[in-house]
Design a protein around this ligand. Structure first.
Ligand SMILES: *Cc1c(COP(=O)(O)O)cnc(C)c1O
Length: 426
């Protein structure tokens, strides 16, 4: 499918130098403008964040940390990195922030490097239960270089079983205990995890990659008082560039910094650091608090709309930005549903559900979230329509009704046209 560019002249230098690539960028702009993006780990950054990430900071090498670099010419870069780190500390209420990790996965690898040795036991939530690859899952380096022990959720409630986590932690004595995940629709009890980590003698890492924006906006409790280390991406609900941060108590600052550089990385991506600084500035504004609460209100409304249409939701609903839908009772595999939804202009991802009888590559569920919809100004009153479109598309996926998908797509286009997304050329 070729998608005509939204505004082919929006990037004039690029269009002149490389029309082929410029056309692809234009096509992606159009796709992001005209679809309802429900992948909970995605968002729309502001035009300001986008501009900051495309600056000449791109051109500078700055291995080391502000005031302690291995290259000269850091008069400006040091200030950029200090600004980003200061804003992170203020926003999340932490002693120390390292803004250099290239992304969430390398950030987590740095945590292992700081606190564990190969072969040590580490513990996190199992990937098929809603955890992340980097929490010690087998196919990840974190699960093959370390001995990954995994916890899950209860079959009857879909909720984390803190008694099971405690039992496992006391038996296995992991060096590092991760909490957080990628498909957890409920509030994480950081205090309970801290208690368990203390009893087990583990370093507690709160991986808030998905919910960082909710935490910053006061729509999810903060791990800062409880976790030894807080790991986060900056590009999900926090609405910054693709990047990550590691935040910690003063006692761990040296170990974390050393693990990121020189332990794992070379020069930081200064254009990303600049964009992180901008995103943190935006996230400190009162309007971001409203945004974070609206994300949650929208997710609840979307969950209600899906429940009203007979969908099964893991844990029965949501406290945060995402909903995990188990399609077993609808007799449609997750991937078939996700592909049909894509044809209807609604972008989701297929996802395993806890205790999924199907294979991870074609699991039983889909994962939907509201960060992107909320960034384009949609509110609770729009969510019932979205739930209705999901319902019609899932039914059409089962019956192979392409006309029904086209009809949904036309209705989606009307809504997206009325609510333009931030950061895109209009
Ligand atoms: C997204 C995510 C990561 C990894 O981030 P990448 O930037 O994709 O490497 C790590 N942990 C959690 C919980 C995540 O959701």
């Amino acid at each position: 499918m070729t998608i005509p560019a939204l505004a082919p002249t929006h990037h004039p230098a690029l269009a002149a130098a490389d029309p082929e690539l410029a056309a692809l960028v234009g096509a992606e702009e159009r796709l992001q403008a005209e679809t309802l993006r429900l992948i909970p780990s995605e968002n729309y950054v502001s035009a300001a964040v986008l501009e900051a990430s495309g600056t000449v900071l791109q051109n500078k090498y700055s291995e080391g940390y502000p005031g302690r670099r291995y290259y000269e010419g850091q008069q400006v870069v040091d200030q950029v990195e200090r600004l980003a780190a200061d804003r992170a500390r203020a926003l999340f209420g932490v002693d120390h922030a390292n803004v250099q990790p290239y992304s969430g996965s390398p950030a987590n690898l740095a945590v292992y490097l700081a606190f564990a040795r190969p072969g040590d036991t580490v513990m996190g939530m199992a990937l098929p239960m809603g955890g992340h690859l980097t929490h010690g899952w087998g196919v990840s380096a974190t699960g093959s270089w370390f001995r990954g022990v995994q916890y899950g959720v209860r079959r009857d409630t879909g909720l984390i079983d803190y008694d099971q986590v405690r039992e496992l932690a006391l038996k296995e004595r992991p060096k590092v205990l991760f909490c957080g995940g990628t498909a957890l629709p409920r509030t994480i009890d950081f205090a309970a995890f801290a208690q368990i980590a203390e009893e087990a003698g583990a370093v507690l890492v709160a991986d808030i990659a998905h919910i960082a924006g909710l935490v910053a906006g006061g729509a999810h409790p903060s791990p800062a008082p409880y976790a030894d280390v807080v790991s986060t991406t900056t590009h999900k609900t926090l609405r910054g560039p693709r990047g990550a941060m590691l935040m910690c108590r003063e006692q761990h600052a040296k170990a974390i910094d050393k693990a990121v550089f020189p332990g794992l990385q070379g020069g930081p991506h200064n254009q990303t650091t600049a964009a992180i600084a901008v995103a943190l500035h935006e996230a400190a504004a009162p309007s971001f608090r409203e945004y974070a609460h609206q994300v949650v209100a929208n997710a609840r409304a979307l969950a209600d709309g899906l429940l009203a249409r007979g969908f099964d939701l893991v844990s029965g609903g949501t406290d945060n930005h995402l909903v995990l839908v188990d399609l077993t009772s609808r007799d449609v595999p997750g991937k078939t549903a996700a592909k049909a939804l894509d044809r209807a202009g609604i972008v989701v991802n297929h996802n395993t559900v806890p205790f999924d009888p199907r294979k991870p590559f074609d699991p039983s569920g889909i994962r939907v979230g509201t960060p992107s919809l909320t960034s384009r100004g949609l509110r609770t009153e729009h969510m019932d329509a979205v739930a209705g479109w999901i319902d019609r598309s899932v039914t059409a996926a089962r019956t192979g009704d392409e006309a029904a998908l086209a009809a949904v797509r036309a209705e989606v286009a009307e809504l997206t046209a009325a609510h333009p997304a931030p950061g895109l050329p209009v």
